[in-house]
Design a binder for this molecule. Sequence first.
Ligand code: DPP
Ligand code: ZN
Length: 882
Amino acid sequence: PKEIFLKDYKLPDYYFDTVDLSFFLGEEKTTVSAKISVVPRVDGVASPLVLDGVDLKLISVKINGNELKEGEFQVGPRHLILTSPPSGNFILETVTEILPHKNTSLEGLYKSSGNFCTQCEAEGFRKITFYQDRPDIMAKDTCRIEANKLLYPVLLSNGNLIEQGDLEGGNHFAIWEDPFKKPCYLFALVAGQLESRDDTFTTCSGRKVALKIWTPPQDLPKAEHAMYSLKAAMKWDEDVFGREYDLDIFNIVSVPDFLGAMENKSLNIFNSALVLASPETTTDADYAAILGVTGHEYFHNWTGNRVTCRDWFQLSLKEGLTVFRDQEFSSDMGSRTVKRIGDVSRLRTRQFPQDAGPMAHSVRPHSYIKMDNFYTATVYEKGAEVVRMYKTLLGSQGFRKGTDLYFERHDGQAVTCEDFFAAMRDANHADFANFLLWYSQAGTPIVKVTSSYNAEARTFSLKFSQTVPPTPGQPVKEPMFIPVAAGLLDSSGKDMPLSSIYHDGKLESVTCCGQPVYTTVLRVTKGEEEFTFSDVPEKPIPSLLRGYSAPIRLQSDLTDDDLFFLLAHDSDGFNRWEAGQILARKLMLSQVVNFQKSSPLVLDPQFVHGIKCILLDSSLDKEFIAKAITLPGESEIMDLMEVADPDAVHAVRKFIRKQLASQLKHEFLNLVKENRSSEKYVFDHTNMARRALKNTALGYLASLEDEEMTELVLHEYKTATNMTDQFSALAAIAQKAGKARDDALADFYNQWQHDYLVVNKWFALQSSSDIPGNVENLYKLLGHQAFDLKNPDKVFSLIGGFRASHVNFHAKDGSGYKFLGEVVLQLDKLNPQVASGMVTAFSRWKRYDETRQNLAKAQLEMIVSVNGLSENVYEIASKSLA
Ligand code: DPP
Ligand code: ZN
């Protein structure tokens, strides 16, 4: 396998101006004709033209209408090379054959439940026809599709429909034209038996856009929420970013076999789980995911499509920015604090481990073997944090000036992360110091802060020191530019007005137009640095990194008393939650030590009291309460340990939950009673928050594992009127092995076996279960009639879900590792992309004790030794072993 490096980027020798594609979709094979107008970058230079192509059968190749003869081209397994093209512009015509029905990679053109669909990002277009498959080749295209009319009544591609008609022999055709030039990864084609839910959106300039969400006929009633989400996203992008939609039609297609969702120009394709919703079958979390992803893909129209990436190393240019945009959209549609808490938790559980492991890479990676492996939490979520930091530094208006300039400068171009940085800087005449390091240095910075108050001088000082841990290929790091949003609380819990700060030999006012401010952003840029607040009348409690203003690990000298104070009073909701999490992390780590020494576990009464105060505070948002009473996850705690010990962490978390449940039983019972659902399901923040609180309380009560509580949970299960409540109750029952669990799981399957999306949840609930020895169940479920290794959603539910149970995946007898190793090899033959997603579970094997290390390493060695392994799995497995 060949590694590709960012530093080797070269401009293409040829550009493509227009492309006319023609598809003849058949049951046995599909014929693809491509007519491309080719323009040399430098006039008169006729170097060989290298086209990418994988799994294609070349039928013919012509230049300017003349069929090429032997010697004028070479075809290999990955390329078609035109050895001596004419100098100057020319027309290239190829005809190829492909076999979509045999394509299980879900990349290129393939069949899903009888329909044709495509996925081209990152490098799937080369499985459709010979092309320069790289994003800096942007062309205008047309697409003609011909197919049997009965089997494939709907024929879709990008842009506008310009012609359609019937043909002899039961066939029909459609011709689509996309007026915007685009890279080939945004090409899409869909053909099949679909119906559309139709609506319209009138843009800010008064243009009427036809909106169509396509699903198989029986699913159409479930497209209402996706349509609501799309319209909300279109309006929001106009209001917040000033971005108007640019075509007269926007399509979304729901497909059962699809990896995530894809922003193809005007023809988005989504995994069905991200489109279809109904109260009976879909949880609040799913509803929220549909809203966020619909927004995400729509927002790509400007951040990704109109302005795209020069090369795949720049992926975060579009993904980090678009994730940031979808996070902001969801915040504005719901609760900002709760959304932020969810996003930061996700960063901590998904990105932090990556940043500390063998696959650690910067937001803009320096190299890759297989680009698919770099659609990561680092590129997406950490990339979004980088975009958020610009906004934190510039404020909303400055940030908007920056994006306006970015679109103005680069519309229709394929650009780099520096171009985005430059637009932000130039629009604001800003000094961003060494901010660009966020794109090139991997690893989560560790920032230590100590504070001191000088009563005589009335000053309060914060001393920062930062280090960035070494990561593969980057042993030594430079200090980063870290924006730390900070405020000071007085002894009554109120924010103190901030006046000026002494820093770097200068006293700077932090007031804004003469008005006092309560939060200021400290620009930490050095290895060690001090900031001194002046005019501080009493010793304050500092609230640091408000809103989580930078993706770092902050270690402060705040005492437990300080943290309980912040938990009770901080005006920054995020930091209020964070204070509770820091306390919980400390508590859990201290009890892990007890567990390992076989000492009894104890729960600090002050912690119980802190949780109780939050529970009873009726002024708080209910979803905030639900988040604030949820303990940090097991992986977060293991991350903080020298040697990760899944058994100890699991036992401790379970112990604290049960203790809290028993000491606050009365309060939890009240919460359940007061927050039950009435008949009708409403998707809005108030109702989602109510359900979240009730179900969190129910989960606690179920952990008591007594008969009375089992009865209660069963009652909630049976009386549930929506999937959020039903599934939460099922999950609560399923915490404990036994008859009640078995009966409820069987009942649930009976009720929902006709709905594969619900069945996937049922798989995930069982596979992620911590009940002892669950791996045996996993083998059984692999053989379940509803399971299919070819469908990625089922794989993510069953195999991906299993990785979430640390006690079972890391079982000390190696049974979990063995299970995953076997499945990865089977999967690799069907879909390398999905297989490599699963093999990452092994990547942090060095974090565990020696017995576990040896067992996991043996699986990795077994995997890399296999003949014919995909590049995808090879890259992850070999880097994990290095
Ligand atoms: N570009 C896609 C996304 O929206 C990846 N499938 O993230
Ligand atoms: Zn995206």
